[in-house]
Design a protein around this ligand. Structure first.
Ligand SMILES: [Zn+2]
Length: 164
């Protein structure tokens, strides 16, 4: 729902300009190289702009950082509705993806970065190149191959394996 709204109001294109989405929401983004186990943080305190911090360590691939940023924007939007007026703070590490809210933020990130109609469009367009399809789509949408593969599966689209 939020992802769809962002696409409509901001006239987004792929790969989604996440900095534009964040700035439109008044969010400040910090990028900093910090401990490996952290991917990103979201912080909201009344009277100050919300902050997203992304671990820019070279060990975090760019596509993963993009997904983390989209996920943190999800915390902002979902948290706005759940808990207005309160402080909110989330730490995202590789192992904290299990709770309901974390899953909702991942779903938001997937929908923001890979909207269903566009995924279908590109999927069909690449029907004669099924072997390279996931890689090409990942590149076009600015996501990891893993994230694209998962998105296709959850949409019920067939993902070819890398058989030769
Ligand atoms: Zn999170």
């Amino acid at each position: 729902m939020y992802a769809h709204k962002a696409w409509q109001t901001l006239k987004l294109e792929i790969p989604v300009d996440l900095a534009k989405v964040a700035s439109r929401l008044g969010i400040i983004i910090h990028e900093k190289d910090f401990v490996d186990e952290i991917d990103g943080l979201y912080l909201r305190i009344n009277g100050a702009p919300p902050i997203i911090s992304i671990n820019s360590s070279y060990k975090k691939p760019l596509m993963r950082r993009r997904f983390t940023l989209a996920h943190e924007i999800g915390h902002h939007l979902l948290g706005r509705r759940i808990n207005p007026g309160n402080r909110l703070f989330f730490v995202d590490a590789g192992k904290t993806q299990r709770t309901l809210i974390e899953r909702a933020c991942n779903r938001f990130a997937a929908q923001l970065l890979m909207p269903e109609d566009l995924v279908k469009h590109h999927y069909n367009e690449l029907c004669y190149n099924a072997g390279q399809r996931v890689a090409i789509m990942a590149e076009r949408f600015g996501v990891s191959g893993w994230a694209m593969r998962r998105r296709l599966k959850e949409m019920g689209l067939e993902v070819s394996s890398f058989r030769r």
